[in-house]
Design a protein around this ligand. Sequence first.
Ligand code: AMP
Ligand code: MG
Length: 423
Amino acid sequence: MNAQKDSLLQTLSCADDYDPNSLPVARARQLILSLIAPVTAHERAFVRLGLNRVLAEDVIAPDNVPAHDNSAMDGYAVRHAELDASGETRLRIAGTAYAGRSFEGAIGPGEALRIMTGAIVPPGLDSIVIQEVVRVDGDCVVIPPGQRPGQNFRHAGEDLRAGQPALQAGKLLRPAEIGLLASLGQVEVTLKRRLRVAVFSTGDELGALGNRLQPGQVYDSNRYTLWSMLQRLGCEILDMGVVKDDPAALEAALLEAASSSDAIITSGGVSVGEADFIRELMTRLGEVAFWKIAMKPGRPMAFGKIGDAWLFGLPGNPVAVMVTFYQFVRPALLKMMGTEPTSLPFFQVTCSAALKKAPGRTEFLRGVLYQDQDVWRVRPTGAQGSGILRSMSDANCFIVLEHERGNVAVGELVSVQAMEGLV
Ligand code: AMP
Ligand code: MG
């Protein structure tokens, strides 16, 4: 236990640029990711249950997709070599092929086949002329010049070749992958097991929904935000409610959470002035580093391990909870789920407001990306206090002001990260 403790603490502190009192966002994320390993257990499940989960094995295409040469358009299948490059070509229509109902006869020289999208193209025919450009004259079709060889022709296996990996282990399954698996006829898939995540809020001031607030109380909104973000990540959530700022209650909650989950997420109680006993307690029960991250919102954060569970002690302010979740917890959980955590795309747009910014920390403002004539611009959502959850609800992006950056003038480019697709 102690040897293990030393090794984690060493890892957390041996990096030469490690300063727990001012840790850059990217460095903190890197430290977290360097320690976390994916879960190994997996299970077979019906393909639809794979949505938002991680594939545990490569899926090999058992057959070609598509299985047959087929037409990409409604039109006429022809032999390109028979077409006149400079004038019209007249071919006899030998029959019709429909999707799911192929043409069984032979197509002789000087003949074409009327064909629908998805219908099998018989051997010998190599190009499809779309119906919009031809003229039908009795039992013949008249084809204009200018057709490309191989046009509108879908080759067997052009999407996926039999025997090749169609999807690799570690792939997070989105709607496209669920469809792709179905296109291979997969009824079941092998998935990494779901993560179990325990969540509780700390604070004597927290009131439960359904009760009238007493003076000085606030409703416990963090547990609902966290529940929602974890739900979207496909985690099994152990909701442990509110725990009072009381050492014995907190100790019991942390031990229970550690024994039954892969990760514990708490909110509140990690700032410096507040209850030092949480610090003392967390460090006694496991191995926890208290970081002051060079960011706003979300400066204080605890990260470490209690038993076998990773602990993320998030700050109490509702916006700080969301920002730290997206910056640190989300990538950590994705890695634990068995997939490579990818960042959402950053891009630069013109900011239509002046922004105050102190160099030396990364700031995550809540912004609105909007279209002004043909140009996309961004503006802040208004008051940016870390307790104003409304600023997240009004936003569709983060405006990310980098560590070194100072004030932003109207019309300057700023980095934004769209919020949709975060999980
Ligand atoms: P703390 O980090 O515990 O000092 O809390 C910082 C601020 O966040 C305080 O104003 C708390 O009342 C508020 N807060 C803490 N936990 C929650 C919660 N679960 N829901 C809503 N607000 C909270
Ligand atoms: Mg508190």
